[in-house]
Design a protein around this ligand. Structure first.
Ligand SMILES: Nc1ncnc2c1ncn2[C@@H]1O[C@H](COP(=O)(O)OP(=O)(O)OP(=O)(O)O)[C@@H](O)[C@H]1O
Length: 957
């Protein structure tokens, strides 16, 4: 019969920080243990559960789950279940069943270990104290959750991630321009949410062609292992476990949108599976109008309703018009975005706010403001008379800059869009390459001209823009673009080129032609290929040695893909929609592009293609720059553009169309720059703050400090370390490991580096940071167990008489609370360290840690045990003394913690509540969450104790 009985209390030997466990279920050789203090559950195999039974002896002081402190006076075991008789402070007797004991308790007191003869090495004691400090520093740093990912520290991304990741269940639209790193931003946010316990289940939904790229990117950059679900995989899971919901078999799931969209049953399973965060890439595919929603939209809308956190990613939020843009915002917050008309008028109201912000941010703001009383009137109407008056007063002071900064922040907060929408542009992010257009007018083929009379008369727009449709079977031999492409590739053999055309059919036959008849190393990539084949094609193109010179892609096949290692883009045809053109150029014009991007456009002279090229280039200027108003211009001029493409305009009329488009583009860009986009830009990245975050990450990511610390740590754990190349090491589980395995260390070992720069270039190496599972995992093992929590040493320090006994003790403020509350963040950033002599004199300030560490000498194990044995009474007295002193320090520390909660959460809570009255972008759920969070933190702090974590006995010689 099992020794486990429901209701019994046990403690985890490896995770004592979980508090007291409660047996809830025993079946099939497994025991399920609930840890109420941290609201976590664990299932163990009964045979080798790392658990110890907790039975209190008579005389022990314990607390009931209601918080009543009692002393046990008698115990009784009923078929393995304990019932205690106890007395409270008033002497009242009560009966306490073990299931009703307080769950937030701790064991393995260091002095109990010491008296049992368990004396650790001095180096382990130091390592324990270092570990406690590092853990505390990391948890409280600005970069918590953002340090681990293998990414370049780019301020514009860090700013967004930092802003969003701290929120409860963030719901935002990440709308950076193409290639600025939305995937990376989403990954950073997700990583922070998962590591901090704010989220544990995430679903990513992407277009078919991006499934693998996301899988790889999440794994190698973020150490997040996603499970891909498609129909085949779901069926296999159901076959091996009848009745299982495949979406519940993993915490992190990645699937493609068409799979979910086309299977209502699978969608229901996904809806039932419960997620904390949903990420949807290429969200511009979610088409919606007031009359009709696309199936994709309906599918994501259903999920968005169920899931708490939602990240929508699109580079072209307005590609399908304001309606669709509104619809995506509506997915984020249906209560806020319910009226399209109101949304439109709101967009217009951003302009005066933006103008005001510009005035405040002008370099000569002081002079400008002195002559502009109307600015203060305006400011007063937006932020109230008090803010305006304060700013006016500051005009004569040195602190004007700060006051302006505050006013701008309030304006952005109160009247901006920033809480739901983030958009960085190339203009705002430095370091992007130049884009250069090369146009190649080619003579129309004879065959084409001959057939023109009858063919062209009937040709639709598609045929005019894609002549291969008219040339039909003979197109490969007759189309001059094919010959041009062949020549270009042969003349530039050392250059890689990405060719994009509209249709998969065109891509396929073009590639076949180049490969079979022209001997060009080529590869093709289109939506009709299987995922595996697409990835193979992309890898063949990316390969550094034996690679394809050219990759031919269809329009949607290449969306979202990374090809920045090439710098020649050949547009075999042109899309009508400028946003699609930007998507194409964005394949190369991305972060990581080291060269200028050369855009080549072969086209038939005097044809629809030539007119479209002219309109897109001179009218919209969207080849050499990203054009944020492309969609609006497209909508506005489409009616005139169509007849021009049908050859119904003469040269002058075409010129007229181009120049009026240019004029309108300039006007709109100007308006955008002054209106919403400027606000968005300012909201999406505050450079000073962004740089601060990046700097703080550089500091907390200091690889020298980490590598020195880890070298000692891994040594203690028996991990073999050998230098590899410069800045990298090879780690192997050694023959004398203290644990069978360490988290994040594969049995076959690994090559790793602490250097971010090296890690970015060498993806085969693990990137070791405070957040790598090996490091955070070993740190957890140290602090949650008894590693190094006892030591004995000797010191020579003349004023101390030989034989003087001292006790150095380390206390940690301990408070079991659910992980997502992140209680540690609010605790004072100090360890409580106390040193006393056997008279109980407090010497903490005189004998500093560094002092003792410098002088401490090792004492052999046997001698150490002897010292402890002979001085047990004194040590017991000193432990009581330090505990008493610590008790007096507890209220002060708790006051600090409460005040941290009040400052950090209270001010955010007040700010949000005040904002919500003005800016409807604030969700009530967020405000409620903060209030709840604060109440829970305060409640948990009530049960905080100073726990004696480690002791070092010191004997003067
Ligand atoms: N911080 C970073 N460190 C290293 N590489 C990065 C970083 N940010 C972006 N990149 C790289 O830049 C490229 C573009 O990033 P990403 O795919 O996230 O952009 P995107 O905005 O999602 O693009 P698209 O609009 O095409 O979907 C990718 O190859 C990505 O790996």
């Amino acid at each position: 019969m099992s020794e486990f009985i429901p209701g019994q209390r046990w403690i985890s030997n490896t995770e004592s920080n979980l508090g007291l466990g409660l047996v809830t279920e025993v079946a099939n050789r497994r025991v399920v243990m609930m840890f109420p203090a941290v609201e976590e559950e664990r299932t163990y195999a009964i045979d080798n559960a790392p658990l110890s039974r907790v039975i209190y002896p008579v005389g022990e002081q314990v607390r009931s789950s209601l918080g009543v402190k009692v002393t046990i006076t008698a115990t009784q075991e009923l078929n393995g279940y304990m019932v205690y008789q106890a007395e409270d402070r008033d002497g009242d007797v009560l009966v306490l069943e073990e299931k009703d004991l307080d769950s937030a308790v701790h064991f393995s007191k260091p002095h109990d270990r010491l008296f049992a003869g368990q004396v650790d090495k001095l180096s382990r004691f130091r390592l324990r104290v270092d570990t406690l400090r590092h853990q505390m520093n990391h948890l409280q740093s600005e970069s918590y959750g953002l340090l681990g990912p293998r990414v370049q520290l780019l301020p514009h991304q860090l700013y967004i991630a930092h802003q969003v990741a701290q929120r409860y269940a963030p719901r935002v639209l990440l709308a950076d321009e193409v290639g600025l790193g939305k995937t990376i931003e989403a990954g950073l946010i997700l990583h922070q949410q998962l590591i901090s316990g704010k989220a544990s289940r995430a679903l990513i939904v992407v277009p078919d062609s991006l499934v693998h790229q996301w899988l790889v990117e999440m794994l190698r950059r973020f150490n997040l292992r996603f499970t891909i679900l498609d129909e085949l995989r779901c069926e296999a899971l159901e076959l091996s476990d009848e009745g299982v919901n495949p979406f519940e078999t993993a915490q992190l799931v990645l699937c493609n949108l068409s799979f979910l969209k086309s299977s209502p049953d699978r969608l229901i399973q996904a809806l039932d599976a419960g997620w904390d965060t949903l990420v949807v890439d290429e969200a511009h595919h979610l088409v919606w109008s007031e009359e009709e929603s696309s199936p994709e939209y309906i599918c994501i809308e259903a999920l968005a309703r169920e899931v708490k956190g939602l990240l929508l990613l699109t580079a072209t939020p307005e590609q399908l018009g304001v309606d669709s843009h509104f619809a995506r915002l509506r997915l984020l917050d249906p209560d806020r975005y319910y009226d399209l008309e109101q949304f439109r008028s709101e967009e217009e109201s951003y302009q005066p706010v933006s103008k005001l912000v510009e005035q405040l941010l002008a370099e000569d703001a002081r002079e400008q403001l002195q002559d502009a009383p109307e600015v203060f009137t305006q400011l007063s109407s937006y932020l109230g008379a008090e803010v305006a008056a304060r700013l006016e007063q500051e005009l004569a002071n040195d602190t004007l800059e700060q006051a302006i900064d505050d006013a701008v922040n309030s304006l952005l907060d109160h009247h901006g869009t920033g809480r739901v929408l983030f958009r960085n542009t190339r203009d705002a992010v430095a370091g992007f390459p130049t884009r250069i257009l090369h146009s190649y007018p080619l003579p129309e083929p004879e065959f084409y001209l001959e057939s023109e009379q009858q063919q062209m008369a009937q040709a639709g727009l598609e045929e005019r823009l894609h002549p291969e449709m008219i040339l039909a079977d003979r197109w490969l031999e007759a189309d001059p673009r094919v010959q041009w492409l062949t020549d270009w590739l042969k003349e530039n053999r050392d250059q890689k080129a990405l060719v994009i055309c509209a249709y998969a059919e065109t891509a396929k036959s073009l590639e076949e032609h180049l490969r079979l008849y022209e001997g060009i190393r080529s590869s093709v990539f289109h939506e009709g290929m299987t995922l595996v084949n697409r990835d193979r094609a992309a890898a063949y193109f990316a390969d550094e040695d034996e690679s394809a010179q050219v990759l031919i892609c269809s329009e949607i096949g290449s969306e979202g893909r990374n090809f920045q290692f090439a710098s020649n883009l050949i547009l075999f045809d042109l899309p009508l929609n400028p946003d699609l053109l930007e998507q194409r150029i964005g394949r190369l014009d991305r972060i990581g592009q080291r060269n200028d991007v050369q855009i080549h456009v072969p086209h038939y002279e005097f044809s629809a293609q030539a007119i479209l090229l002219d309109w897109l280039h001179r009218g919209l200027n969207c080849f050499e720059r990203a054009c944020p108003v492309g969609q609006v211009l497209f909508d506005q001029f489409l009616e005139q553009l169509i007849p021009a493409l049908f050859d119904e305009f003469d040269e002058q009329e075409v010129e007229q169309l181009v120049s009026s488009t240019r004029a309108e583009a300039d006007r709109l860009l100007d308006q955008l720059q002054q209106g919403r986009d400027r606000l968005l830009e300012l909201n999406s990245c505050k450079p000073a703050k962004a740089d601060l975050i990046a700097e703080s990450m550089e500091v907390s990511g200091n690889s020298i400090e980490l590598s020195r610390y880890m070298e000692k740590m891994l040594d203690q754990f028996g991990v073999e370390q050998q230098p590899h190349s410069s800045n990298s090491i090879v780690l192997h589980p050694g023959d004398h490991m203290h644990y069978d395995s360490l988290p994040g260390l594969p049995a076959e070992g690994m090559t790793a580096t602490y250097s971010r720069t090296l890690a970015l270039g060498r993806e085969d190496m693990q990137f070791l940071t405070w957040e790598h599972p090996l490091i955070s995992g070993t740190m957890d093992i140290v602090t949650s167990g008894d590693f190094g929590n006892t030591a004995v040493c000797s010191i020579k320090l003349p004023p101390l008489k030989p034989g003087t006994l001292l006790l150095e003790s380390i206390f940690t403020l301990h408070c079991a609370a659910p992980k997502q509350l992140q209680l540690q963040r609010y605790l004072p950033n100090t360890l409580c360290r106390l040193v006393v002599d056997s008279n109980g004199t407090d010497l903490s300030a005189i004998l500093t840690e560094a002092h003792i560490n410098n002088l401490a000498e090792r004492v052999g194990k046997r001698q150490a045990v002897d010292i402890v044995k002979h001085t047990r009474t004194e040590i017991t007295g000193m432990v009581e003394r330090v505990e008493a002193i610590a008790e007096t320090q507890l209220p002060g520390l708790l006051d600090q913690a409460r005040s941290n909660v009040a400052t950090m959460l209270g001010s955010e809570q007040e700010r949000l509540a005040a904002l919500a009255e003005i800016n409807p972008n604030i969700r009530q759920a967020e405000i409620d969450y903060l209030a709840q969070n604060r109440a829970q933190l305060e409640q948990h702090l009530e049960s905080a104790t100073l726990k004696l974590d480690a002791v070092r006995v010191i004997i003067a010689t």
